[in-house]
Each structure stands twice: as C-alpha cells, then as structure tokens.
Unconditional design. Structure first.
Ligand SMILES: Nc1nc2c(ncn2[C@@H]2O[C@H](COP(=O)(O)OP(=O)(O)OP(=O)(O)O)[C@@H](O)[C@H]2O)c(=O)[nH]1
Ligand SMILES: Nc1nc2c(ncn2[C@@H]2O[C@H](COP(=O)(O)OP(=O)(O)OP(=O)(O)O)[C@@H](O)[C@H]2O)c(=O)[nH]1
Ligand SMILES: [Mg+2]
Ligand SMILES: [Mg+2]
Lengths: 449, 342
C-alpha cells in the first residue's frame, strides 16, 4: 500500500548522486522521506521528531570522514540509529527470584495478554522450568477465566481457578500462596485489559503488582497500534515498573511502528513477538529485524537464519552435493524446494523478508502466488519419478497425461517447465551467491512478482 | 475522534459464576452523548498537551506555527500523512481565498473542511429492509466484534426487535462462552453457543442460525466470526466461504457486513478495510474503544482515500466502553465537535 523507505530513499538517493556531498538542503529532502515513511509505519510523531533530529546530527557529523556515496551514508545512519533505538539484542525472561517467579501481564483491551500467557508456558518450559501455574485476575470480561483455563490446558500447565465474583487482589494472593505451597517454579498472572486513563483500573493493577512482587511485569502491545502508543506506554510505564514488552500480532502486515514508540517511551526491552494465534506463535524478539521491518527494508539475514532452522538439512545437503558434483538440478529438487518454502511459512512470510519485494506485492499477488505453488506441486506429483529426473522426456503426449492428472491445462505444464529451467539456472549460482541470491531469484518464478 | 466518555468497569457481581454471567450488566450512567463527549474531552485534555482549543488561544494570528501545530494534532490522531496534507492544503487555500487572518476563523474553517470530509461516513444502518436482517461481523483479532454484538443486541431489542446470535467463532478459546454470556445478558438465544471447546464449522453454525431465525420470525441475526489478520490466507478463504454459505441460506444476505475496527489502530486500518472488503464486501464499520485516548482519526484517512467510483464505507457505530450501552451511532458533526468543543 505504501512505498517502503528503500523505494522512497531510492528516489532521493538518485537525486543526490553525482553531487558528491550532502548539503543541509539535501539532507532535508531525504529526511522528509524518512519522516513520512516512519509516520506511515505508525511511529508516533514525537518519536519521529527525536529520531530525525538524531539522524540529522549524525549524518552531518560523518559527512567529511566517510568515503561512501551520500545515499549509502544516509541509509546507513538511519538504519543504524533505528536498530540502536530498538535495543541491541534479544533480552531473555528473568527468573531471578525465590520460586515461584511471578510474571504479571498488563495492557489494553484485546492486546493479546491471555493468549500470550499460554504461549509463555511453552517458552518457559523450553528454558527448563517445569512446574508452571497460571491464574486469571480478569473478573470483568465475559469468559475471560474460561479462556485462560482452555489456553492453559492446551499448553499443559497447572491452572488456578478463580471466579468473577472474587476480588482480583484476593485471587492473586491465593494463587501465589498456592504456588508456594505446591512448589511451582513460575506463576503467570493474567489481568483484564484496561485503559491507561481508567484510574480505578490502573490502581487495581498497581495493587496486584504490590501483592505479587513479580520478577517480570510484561506490557503487551498490539503491533497494529497507532500514534496513541506513546500515551498508553507512558501511562503503563509510570504506573508499573515494567520489565519488558511483548509485541503481538506481528504475523499481520502492520509495519509495527508502535514497537519503536513503546521502546522510546519506556526504554524497556521488547522480549517477545507474537506471530500467530496458536500457542506456538511466539518468537524471541529481534530488534534489528524489527528496525528493518519498520523501515520496509526487508531482512535477508533473518530469512537465512529461519531457512537454516526449517529446511531439512539432509535435503539441502543433497541438493548442494548434486550441484557441486555437476549433476543436474531436477524436478524432484524443484518440488522439495517448494515444500521447503512452505516450511518457511509460505510466500507471504518469505516475501516480507525480501528487500524491495514487500512494496511491490499486494495480498492478491501473494494469494495468487501461493495458489500457483500448490498447482506446481500438483503438476510435479502427476509425473513419474523418471520424468521428474529427466524433464527432457516430457513430450506432447506425456504433457497431456500430466495435465489431465493434475487438472490443469497443457499450457500450465509448459509454463512450469519454463520456470523450472529458470530455477535450474538460478541453482547454478547457489554456490556463488548463496541462499539470499537464490531466494531473491525465486521471486521471478512466480507470476506477478 | 478526539476522546470519548469512559464508562467505568462493571463491578464484579457478588453471585456465583453462572448467575453472575446471567445477570444483565448494570445500567450505565444515563448521560447524553454531548455530555459523554465533554467528559471524554476533558480527560483527553489532561493527556494530550496540544489540544486544539489551547492552540487557538495561544496564537491570535495565523502563522506557520499554527499550521504546524494543526499538523501535529491531525497526525497524532492517526489521520495519516496524506489526509493531513489534504486537510492542511484545503485550509491554506481557504485562508488565502477568504483572506482570513485570525486563528478563530481558521478553526471554523478547519471544522467545516473536516466535516465535509467525514460527512459521507455518516449513513445510519436501517435494519427494516429485510427479515431476518442478517449482520455478519468481521475484523482482526481483538478488535471488539463479540462485545459489539452484545451491545447491538441490546440496541435492537430496545427498538422492539427480536434478535438471535450466531456463535461463528469456533476457533478461539472460550469465544463461544463469551458470546453466550452476552446472549444471557440480553436474554437472547445463541445458536452454536453451547459447543464444548473449539472446532466446528462457522459457516454451518451461521447457516443454522438463519434458518432458525426464519422459522421463528426473528428480525435480526448477529453473526460473530473469529478474528483474523488479512495475511492469514486460509482464514480469509474461510470467511469468504462463510459469506457464500449465508447467501445459500438467504440469497439477499448478509444484509450488512460490519468490519469492526479498533480506534487504537494506526494506518494498518486502511489495509484491513481493503482486504476485508475484497474478501466479503464490507458495507459498514464499527469503530471501537473510543473511550480511551486513541482518536480513531484513521477514518479521516479512509474518507480521503476511498475509491472514486463509490462512496466510502460508512461508520455505522462507535464503541465507547465495555458495557452493554456503550455503543453510539456515528455522527460526523459530533465527531468533529469533539475535537473543537470547549
Ligand atoms: N494473529 C495473531 N493473533 C493474536 C496474537 N496474539 C493474540 N492474538 C489474538 O488476539 C485476540 C485477543 O487476544 P487475547 O489474548 O484475548 O487478548 P487480551 O489482551 O487477553 O484481551 P482482553 O483480556 O480482552 O484485554 C485473540 O483473537 C487472539 O487469538 C498474535 O500474535 N497473532
Ligand atoms: N474500552 C473499550 N473496550 C472495548 C470496547 N469494545 C470491546 N472492548 C474490549 O476489547 C476486548 C476484546 O473484545 P472482543 O469483543 O472480545 O473482541 P473480538 O474482536 O471479538 O476478539 P477476537 O474474537 O478474539 O478476535 C475485550 O476486553 C472487550 O471488553 C470499547 O468500545 N471500549
Ligand atoms: Mg484477556
Ligand atoms: Mg470475538
């Protein structure tokens, strides 16, 4: 929908080229683009202003020293500043307390607190803490307690029951007492969503904090939040000694400028990112990825990292071996690549991470692309193993048979073979250019990209 | 747009859970809309340090500072870069044309320009055009769909209508139980509200509800759906299917497709409207959570950015709290006045 910053700066940088040096005026133009891009990414205006001022200062200061082109220099400064603002690296949960380590959740209505409770159970268990108890102090929202109960059962932790007619503080004390007596390592306390201007509700959560003395007080923020993120973050941060932030719904297409706003206001680390409704939908937060996402610059690094995790290593090794030994890349490999792409979260998640691709592709193109991927798979499935190994066997009658089998037209089979040829060429460059080049090349294989 | 009444949380009822859930929510204070706006606004004042009223008091004459502060106010209300630019350009033109010099005049002018932009969004929902009148609610996760259904049920019942709810969120934990509570509070039946746990076909539940409504002479069917992000392709396919199945039960239905937007949402709201519109043809919006300090200014961006071939999707209602009565029809003038009201 919006031009991403790379595209925006691309224009400005072109204008700057050949001028040799950044003038105050040139920086002005480029910085205006940065400002607009950040605002469109929903970074709050006061934060944008601070940020721009910092970048201006840095850019002017390094001008004479650097031997880069002005454009490179500016993009470099912007990205570095933003990454620094987001935090240097991922910060883990703290359990430094007498057990039970209490985790208190706080945030606006519908931000994702209850769901995150369930997700945290999983995360904590992976970190070796075995006995986890959850409790809901949300006596307001209909079926909120029931929701946490269900989520807790799914995550296979212990649940401390509560009732809507109880006082939240009483519930919290009882749960803490129970956790102590039953030697729970961790107690996760869910709370009702509340507005930061609701004095009674803010007083309530302060009281909960005082009663529980949590080691972690996590502020849950919706990645789609707009300008008001600064106001809510400031109020929650003033009311509670927050220890961290969870940024939810990052699986959407919001640029997530709220992350920067919240970070700027609270100074607290964003510890986790919610990336789905299911319990597995949580990731350790990567500040530099987020910086790239806000800027719309893509993130090849994280793509490679994920690829390394998700892709079947044996499979990948086989392909590499094959390439090295000079043997051809065949349709079987092509299919397994498509399957690996699926493991990476499908096209949409892949494209998100490709620099420059995000801006050009709408949801429609992606839907189209994913459909196309399924069809391609269907076509290859209709081939015999021999045909997959030797695509040159595919003459008219075989193509007709395959088309019928896959429920597509012969033209589509032909198109696939053309795409496969392109991919084969691309694979040859794998040894030279690495995975990122391959992924970039993949864009070309699908329609509308 | 600029701060609304905050209704206090309902106190926890002193009964056991089942009874508590059956008990209707306590009546909200019977303040009028204008009253609510004023209360909300004074609260907003404390939070925002540059309210428009102050701005006009501080600057007697129109200068660049005034424009910049107006820009700040619009941008921080989530109006977005384009729509803000558009509003300020229109304002500058008018100032030049009418040779205005005083900030007081500027304010009336900006109010008029904003109102002109937002007026097309005010098109109240008429539910008397079909029986049953089927309303399908959709939106991203946590926007306020289920709560809005509870409030709408109350409202329509108040207009003497018979209402039926359909628990089309078969996915999220305790989503059906949540809707069932709203059903009990309103004393209306919920189809599919009993199912244990998650799973089940949302389209089938809503299909059943429409048939049941027809058999019983129900006036309005309110169909809940699971929250979903437009990037979740399979879920967008699912909601397309829900609409197709509704059309099987009623070729003229759904009579209204409401997209529920959280006023806290930034510019992503535009992408949400576009994606849901493409999938299921959005006919109206509900803007929730306006009782906070979020301004919901993104609807100005919506009004500015709609396709020229048809009017912008109207905002049918606004949500101003978590209680049964915290729903108001959208009024463009009140929305604008909330910004400039003293
Ligand atoms: N896609 C996606 N959905 C999420 C994520 N986290 C939460 N959700 C969904 O967001 C909605 C709200 O989540 P809840 O956990 O109920 O939010 P909450 O903060 O507990 O809400 P209240 O208790 O009403 O304040 C639900 O539909 C969740 O499934 C996420 O990371 N991605
Ligand atoms: N303050 C305030 N809170 C609201 C309003 N509308 C809904 N909420 C709250 O927002 C949270 C989410 O509301 P739901 O109705 O569950 O949202 P939903 O869209 O059905 O959520 P999912 O089904 O999980 O996608 C709940 O805590 C509601 O009480 C409103 O107008 N003002
Ligand atoms: Mg909750
Ligand atoms: Mg719901």
């Amino acid at each position: 929908m919006f031009d991403n910053l790379t595209q925006r700066l691309g224009k400005v940088v072109k204008n700057l080229r050949g001028q040799g040096r950044l003038t105050e005026e040139n920086i002005q133009d480029a910085l205006r683009e940065v400002r607009v891009a950040l605002l469109e990414a929903d970074v709050a205006l006061p934060v944008v202003k601070d940020f721009i001022a910092k970048v201006r200062e840095k850019a002017l200061g390094t001008e004479v020293l650097q031997s880069l082109t002005p454009g490179q220099m500016l993009i470099g400064v912007v990205h570095k500043e933003l990454a620094a603002l987001m935090g240097e690296h991922a910060v883990p949960l703290s359990f430094a307390s007498q057990p039970p380590a209490v985790i208190l959740m706080a945030g606006l209505q519908g931000a994702g607190k209850t769901t995150t409770c369930g997700k945290l159970v999983r995360v904590i268990r992976q970190q070796g803490k075995k006995k986890i108890l959850t409790v809901s102090c949300d006596v307001y929202r209909p079926a909120a307690i029931e929701q946490l109960k269900t989520v807790t059962a799914q995550a296979e932790a212990d649940f401390f029951p509560s009732e809507p007619n109880q006082k939240p503080e009483d519930i919290a004390r009882a749960a803490l007492d129970y956790a102590k007596r039953h030697f729970h390592d961790v107690l996760i306390v869910d709370t009702a969503g509340r507005l930061h201007i609701d004095e009674a509700m803010m007083a309530e959560i302060k009281a909960l904090h005082a009663a529980l003395q949590p080691v972690e007080t996590l502020f849950v923020v919706d990645a789609m939040q707009g300008q008001d993120a600064v106001n809510t973050a400031r109020a929650f941060n003033d009311a509670l000694p927050l220890t961290g932030v969870v940024l939810t719904k990052l699986d959407g297409d919001a640029r997530g400028g709220a992350a920067l706003s919240v970070r700027h206001i609270t100074g607290k680390p964003i510890k986790f990112a919610g990336v789905g409704e299911k319990l597995g939908g949580i990731e350790v937060f990567h500040p530099e990825r987020m910086a790239s996402r806000i800027l719309g610059m893509g993130d090849v690094l994280s793509l490679i990292e994920e690829a390394q995790q998700a892709v079947d290593h044996q499979e990948a090794l086989k392909t590499v071996q094959k390439l090295k030994s000079g043997k051809g890349f065949d349709l079987e490999d092509f299919k397994s690549q498509i399957q690996q792409m699926k493991k990476l979260g499908g096209l949409s998640s892949l494209v998100d991470k490709l620099p420059g691709a995000g801006g050009k592709m709408g949801a429609d193109d992606l839907a189209q692309g994913e459909k196309q991927m399924r069809r391609v798979e269907g076509i290859i499935n209709s081939m015999t193993p021999e045909e997959r190994r030797k695509p040159e066997l595919l003459k008219a009658s075989r193509k007709r048979r395959i088309a019928t089998g896959a429920g597509v037209s012969v033209q589509e089979v032909n198109r696939l073979l053309t795409q496969f040829e392109q991919a084969r060429k691309m694979m040859k460059s794998l040894g030279k250019g690495g995975l990122s080049k391959m992924m970039r090349g993949m864009k070309g294989m699908l329609p509308g990209m | 747009m600029f701060g609304f009444f905050k209704s206090s949380k309902e106190p926890p009822p002193a009964t056991d859970q089942a009874e508590a859930q059956a008990a209707p929510a306590p009546e909200q204070a019977k303040t009028g809309w204008a009253e609510r706006l004023k209360v909300g606004l004074s609260k907003t004042r404390k939070v925002l340090n540059t309210p428009v009223g102050d701005l006009f008091r501080r600057h007697a004459h129109i200068d660049e500072d005034v424009y910049e502060e107006l820009e700040t106010i619009l941008l921080t209300a989530d109006v977005g870069v384009d729509a803000t630019q558009y509003l300020l350009d229109a304002l500058r033109r008018k100032v030049k044309q009418d040779k205005l010099t005083e900030t007081g005049q500027l304010r009336d002018t900006l109010r008029a320009i904003l109102l002109e932009l937002l007026a097309p969004l005010e098109r109240p929902l008429d539910i008397d055009t079909a029986r049953p009148f089927v309303i399908m609610l959709a939106g991203v996760n946590g926007a306020g769909k289920t709560t809005t259904i509870g409030k709408l049920a109350k409202r329509f019942q108040g207009e003497g209508k018979h209402v039926l709810l359909a628990a089309g969120d078969t996915f999220r934990a305790a989503a059906r139980e949540q809707l069932a509570v709203w059903g009990e509070r309103n004393n209306v039946e919920v189809i599919g509200g009993q199912g244990e746990g998650t799973g089940g076909d949302p389209a089938a539940v809503i299909y059943d509800a429409i048939h049941s409504a027809r058999a019983r002479g129900i006036d309005v069917v309110l169909a809940d759906t699971a929250g979903r992000l437009p990037t979740q392709m399979h879920l967008m396919d699912e909601i397309r299917k829900v609409k197709r199945v509704i059309q099987k039960a009623d070729p003229a239905g759904p009579q209204e497709v409401l997209l529920v937007l959280d006023a806290n949402t930034g510019q992503n709201a535009l992408a949400q409207i576009k994606a849901f519109d493409e999938a299921i043809g959005v006919t109206g919006l509900v803007l929730t959570k306006l009782d906070g300090t979020a301004k919901g200014g993104v609807i100005a961006a919506l009004a500015h950015r709609h396709a020229p071939s048809r009017p912008p999707v109207p905002v049918r209602f606004i949500g101003v709290g978590e209680g049964l009565d915290d729903l108001q029809p959208f009024r463009a003038a009140e929305f604008v006045d909330a910004l400039f009201g003293e």
